[in-house]
Design a binder for this molecule. Structure first.
Ligand code: ASP
Ligand code: MG
Length: 409
């Protein structure tokens, strides 16, 4: 017997029929002998609808009152799910975040969980009840209602699993696991049985949006085994864990997946003097404008001048370019250019630590397709390249093939 925390997202509870189906699924685990804690999101579209309502009243709506409003979405689904369970003859109890004693800081709309007092939940479980908890919400120390940021129900699930020392936190969603790459780009993408937290975080930060990043970080920190599975299809999904098991590591592929990001833009400033403080003069105003810089590249200078290239989110391109125009004038730069038609493709895998030549294999594959690489960056378990956006699909597919990700490893 084990304790499971299961989280069902908006589409999984998007209608009364689906809530009934969730009840059946939860019961099948309860019948198999598990203690069950279930976290639910609001019905799909509901949180957006509530945000819309708020904006109709006040286009600047936010803070405390927005949280009071948004948390109603989850209060609907916990009650309906508990009813569906009770109707089937299973004792169940629903709790809002505050009732479940999920205490957060006071940062409305993006609060962080500080503690969970789970005595009441544990008592319920001991009495054989199924516990249903509203995702995405808590209360601060003054009992003000807070929310954890969009997609925050994943974090609620993981935090409860950590507090209760659950055997697994299972995230049920509309995809059946984590894939080697986006199946919309590469139809032969394969579902991974296992992936490490580290890899998952790299994939997520690069735009694979299966789970809220904060939830994965939380699970990694508290060593909560996390599983992503489909609400609608049978299957084991993908287990996200600290390391590959002993048996699995033998066959561990060199890389686990290919991530990409379409929202990139590049800025280049040429011919500035190569003296201390130049990087700061260029990037300082960018960071003052709250623009996040991703890759940065500085050339080795031959004639006492140097070139800088860096990438930002596409939405920040215009602002960054304007800021850079000023800087370029001040620094007497030879040239300023920008390109917002670029993408970033990355290969990710802990296998890189123990194998040389992965990066050059990547460059070889791209070269064979005639894809020009504009920028390169590497980290311990990732190699990223920036290429023209027209090469995104071709590049991802070629790498998927080149690293043999289709076949079961
Ligand atoms: N209902 C919230 C949202 O849509 C939280 C969640 O679904 O995780 O962002
Ligand atoms: Mg969601």
């Amino acid at each position: 017997m084990s304790l499971l925390v299961q989280k069902f997202g908006g589409t999984s509870v998007g209608s009364v029929e689906r809530i009934e189906a969730v009840a059946d699924k939860v019961i099948s685990y309860k019948d198999a002998g598990h203690d069950m804690v279930v976290v639910v999101s609001a019905m799909s579209g509901e949180t957006n609808r509530l945000v819309d309502l708020a904006k109709q009243v006040d286009s600047q709506a936010g803070g405390r009152e927005l949280d009071v409003l948004l948390t109603t979405g989850e209060q609907v689904t916990i009650a309906l799910l508990a009813m569906a369970l009770e109707k089937r003859g299973y004792a169940a109890r629903s709790y809002t975040g505050g009732q479940a004693k999920i205490t957060t800081d006071s940062a409305h709309n993006k609060a962080r969980i500080k503690s969970i007092d789970h005595v009441r939940i544990t008592d319920d479980l001991q009495d054989g009840r199924i516990v249903v908890v509203a995702g995405f919400q808590g209360v601060d120390e003054q009992d003000n209602i807070t929310t954890l940021g969009r997609g925050g129900s994943d974090t609620t699930g993981v935090a409860l699993a950590a507090a209760l020392r659950a055997d697994e936190c299972q995230i049920f969603t509309d995809v059946d696991g984590v894939y080697t790459t986006d199946p919309r780009v590469e139809p032969e993408a394969r579902r991974l049985d296992v992936i490490t937290f580290e890899e998952m975080l790299e994939m997520a930060s690069l735009g694979s949006k299966v789970l809220q990043i904060r939830a994965v970080e939380f699970a990694q920190k508290y060593k909560v085994p996390l599983r992503v599975l489909s609400s609608f299809e049978e299957g084991d999904g993908t287990l996200i864990t600290s390391e590959y098991g002993a048996d699995k590591s033998m066959e561990q592929a060199l890389i686990s997946g290919i991530a990409f990001n379409r929202d990139e833009a590049q800025l280049t400033i040429n011919g500035v003097s190569d003296t201390p403080g130049v990087a700061y003069q260029i990037l300082g105003p960018i960071s003052d404008a709250n623009i996040e810089v991703d890759m940065i590249l500085q050339n080795v200078s031959a004639d006492g001048t140097t070139d800088f290239t860096f990438t930002v989110h596409r939405n920040d391109f215009d602002t960054a370019l304007k800021s850079l125009e000023k800087t370029a004038a001040q620094l007497n730069a030879r040239e300023l250019s920008g390109n917002n038609k670029i993408v970033k493709i990355s290969i990710v895998g802990v296998g890189m630590r123990s194998h040389a030549g992965i990066a050059s294999r990547m460059f070889e594959v791209l070269a064979n397709e005639g894809i020009n690489i504009l920028m390169i960056s590497t980290s311990e378990i990732k190699v990223s390249v920036v290429v023209d956006e027209k090469y995104l699909e071709l590049g991802v597919r070629a790498l998927h093939e080149g690293f043999d990700l289709k076949t079961e490893s």
